[in-house]
Design a protein around this ligand. Structure first.
Ligand SMILES: *Cc1c(COP(=O)(O)O)cnc(C)c1O
Length: 205
């Protein structure tokens, strides 16, 4: 990370790491916790609660982030459990999250996921719909802190990262969650403020 940030002419603290612990056995996570990492990403609500639910007292400062798709029937649990939800991507979810924030009097930090490569199988709002969806979220009283994307596997990633940054910039959003094990250097060169790394940190799942 530091090398890539330096090469991009950015400060060493211009971006941070989310360790993606999904599907990892607890033994693989412990050394990362021991090294001081406190920010973890999970892609399933239930799995995250089972793994981390009893751990907050042992590891002060834990920051748990939902990076996988969210169903509206899990909105209550997600709002109650996560510090950050990165996968707001449709009206129904935005409304369910807004309702839960009202009910629980507790608000996680929220990101909108953009389907940056317009791929059939991926979640996220389409790039062309992002501005309108952000306005919809605002209308529900939600504060959106940033954008998240998972670019297509094939081809150069730079243009996708650049597009996410452009959407964020024109909407006044400062957090850009982009970059994974095989493309985080590129993402950092294109302005990522947080990378989500699983396999490069923990080994294959
Ligand atoms: C699994 C996952 C990651 C981490 O992927 P790696 O290639 O293992 O680094 C990042 N973001 C999301 C949304 C994921 O589901």
């Amino acid at each position: 990370m530091h090398k890539a940030l330096k090469a991009a002419g950015r400060a060493p603290d211009a971006a941070y790491l989310t360790a993606v612990s999904k599907n990892q056995p607890w033994e693989a996570i412990v050394p990362v916790l021991r090294a001081g990492q406190r920010r973890f990403g999970e892609n399933r609500v239930q799995e995250a609660i089972e793994r981390w639910g009893g751990k907050r007292a042992d590891y002060p400062g834990l920051e748990l982030r939902l990076i996988g798709p969210l169903q509206s029937n899990k909105a209550a649990e997600a709002v109650a459990f996560f510090n950050v939800i990165e996968s707001i991507d449709r009206d129904k979810i935005a409304r369910a999250i807004a309702d839960e924030i009202q009910k629980q009097g507790k608000a996680p930090v929220l990101y909108v996921q953009v389907n940056i490569g317009e791929e059939e199988q991926k979640s996220g709002v389409l790039p062309a719909d992002a501005d309108a969806f952000l306005a919809t979220c605002k209308g529900y009283g939600l504060t959106i802190a940033g954008l998240m994307c998972i670019p297509p596997v094939k081809g150069p990633r730079g243009p996708y990262f650049a597009l996410l940054k452009k959407i964020a910039d024109r909407n006044g959003l400062t957090h850009l969650s982009m970059g994974m094990s095989d493309d985080f250097e590129t993402a950092l060169a294109f302005g990522s403020t947080e990378i989500r790394v699983g396999s490069a940190l923990f080994g294959q799942r």
